[in-house]
Design a protein around this ligand. Structure first.
Ligand code: ADP
Length: 482
């Protein structure tokens, strides 16, 4: 909802001049010219009040019931009544021209007040009231009866006599002078108010813009989430649907290569071997896609059981040894005698194979890979006893500024179509998901051409039966790739 601009706000006297400044000015003038001065805003609220000697007489009048009534109606006429002449007021012809004419008002006791509107650019902001005072020409006039009151008239007359007389034309000049100083104060207040209003307006405008952008971002975020859900469900369906026919292709190829459908010549055997090899890697890819969709959906269930981590490392090394030999890579392993733990055997084996496959893939022939598993000891990161297991290679390494990204699904440091190493960018996201599913953490140390070291910190016993796996970040990397 668009909020009202501060520039559309109607200005009040209080916004433009501080009440301290108004009171100070009224007090100074009142003392200097011996006249009561009051300033009211357009709602009749008193902003400055400087009274003088006439106070004693007025208090005595106010103490008489009929006087109080008359005083109240006089005050109300002065503070809230019309600013144009009416039957109770008379316009004064100032010697100095003024945009709004001053008025004179006589109260029932004969005392006089001068009333002048405070207006700026045609807007009335309030009024100045001078008085009460006893005009020189009326000083002689007073007798007891002229107060129109039924109280102690002798006392009233005495107090009335104390009020000094004043020249109305002179007071009028003082009032106009007072008014012009006040106008100066108001215009400088107006400038300051507009400057600060503009500032507030700009800040508000920025805040409104930010609010709009935030709203749009939230909407986009929701759309991206929806797309991500669709992508995961699409991947899960496609992977599942592909796996069934692929299993048949693998089964029939194995039967053919085992000679169950009759003998094959050399060429036919080679073809079938290729079909088998490609189908195996396709199955690997499909399994990775299924794993990542399950991790993203938070649906991974670990099958924890007693295991030997050293034994798992040996089995995993055995499955990659032919490839290591083919690339003439030197592979070493340091394993402790005892490495008992609780974990999901299949998931951890896959973690190791993913790390070893990467190490082999990104290490040039004649390079080195070492696998180290420490003894069981207290792991401060986990605040529990556990193992550290690292796979280190002397391969091409990962640029430092990309290290935070490698665990995101579908991320590859070099994603160009001319990339010489295969892969999907899912291996490390799966490693992270499965290790966190054990309550562990994965760390990477690497830099371009400096080799890489991937370290797993695993608790000896997972802290919970079921671990929540935070879904890997994948949306932006997906959009980078497709
Ligand atoms: P991929 O299937 O592409 O290997 P991964 O998720 O396993 O996917 O790895 C993501 C990316 O991290 C790889 O594409 C590669 O750029 C980088 N990477 C992973 N392991 C290594 C390593 N040992 N040496 C150099 N780069 C690596």
């Amino acid at each position: 909802m668009a909020s009202e601009s501060v520039l559309d706000k109607k200005l009040s006297l209080k916004d433009l001049v501080s009440s301290e400044a108004l009171s100070h000015m009224a007090r100074e003038f009142a003392e200097l010219h011996n006249i009561g001065i009051r300033i009211f805003d357009e709602e009749g609220q008193n902003l400055a009040d400087a009274t003088t000697d006439s106070g004693e007489f007025c208090s005595a009048v106010f103490a008489i019931p009929s006087g109080r009534q008359a005083c109240s109606s006089a005050v109300s006429r002065l503070t809230n009544g019309p600013l144009l002449p009416d039957e109770n007021t008379s316009p004064l012809l100032p010697e100095i021209p003024s945009p709004t004419p001053p008025l004179a008002f006589s109260c029932h006791t004969g005392l006089r007040y001068l009333l002048l509107p405070i207006s700026i650019d045609g807007d009335v902001l309030g009024r100045i009231v001078f008085g009460p005072f006893l005009p020189e020409q009326l000083a002689h006039r007073h007798s007891d009866k002229e107060f129109h009151l039924d109280g102690d008239l002798a006392q009233l007359t005495k107090l009335f006599g104390k009020i000094e007389t004043a020249s109305e034309p002179k007071l009028l000049r003082i009032l106009l002078h007072f008014s012009s100083i006040l106008r100066l104060l108001i215009s400088s207040g107006q400038r300051a108010f507009f400057a600060s209003s503009m500032h507030v307006e700009t800040t508000l405008e920025h805040a409104r813009e930010l609010e709009n952008q935030n709203h749009k971002l939230l909407q986009m975020n929701e759309q991206l989430r929806e797309l991500d859900r669709l992508k995961s469900s699409f991947l899960a369906t496609v992977s599942h649907e592909l796996r069934t026919p692929l299993t048949s292709i693998l089964g029939y190829s194995e039967m053919l290569s085992d000679g169950l459908a009759g003998p094959m010549n050399m060429e036919q055997s080679e073809y079938v071997a290729t079909i088998l090899e490609r189908s195996q890697s396709l199955l690997g890819l499909i399994s990775s896609m299924l794993d990542i969709t399950q991790i993203e959906a938070g649906k991974v269930h670990m099958n924890f059981e007693p295991i030997s981590l050293g034994e798992l490392v040996r089995v995993s090394l055995a499955s990659v040894r032919p490839w290591v030999a083919k690339k003439k890579i030197m592979l070493t392993a340091h394993l402790p005698a005892d490495s008992n733990a609780v974990g999901d055997k299949e998931r951890l084996k896959q973690v190791l194979i993913n790390l070893l496959t990467n190490a082999i893939k990104f290490t040039l022939p004649q390079g080195k890979i070492s696998v180290v598993l420490t003894e069981k000891e207290y792991q401060s990161e986990l605040k529990a006893p556990g193992y550290r297991l690292w796979v280190e290679d002397t391969g091409i390494g990962i640029p430092k500024d990309q290290l935070d990204n490698v665990f995101r699904s579908f991320f590859q440091v070099d994603s160009s179509s001319t990339r010489e190493f295969g892969g999907t960018g899912l291996g490390l996201a799966i490693v992270k998901g499965f290790v966190e599913g054990h309550g562990g953490v994965v760390r990477v140390l690497s830099d371009s051409n400096q080799g890489s070291r991937f370290t797993l910190v695993l608790p000896a016993v997972p802290p919970h039966e079921e671990m929540e796996i935070p879904p890997p970040v994948s949306i932006s990397s997906l959009s980078e790739r497709f």
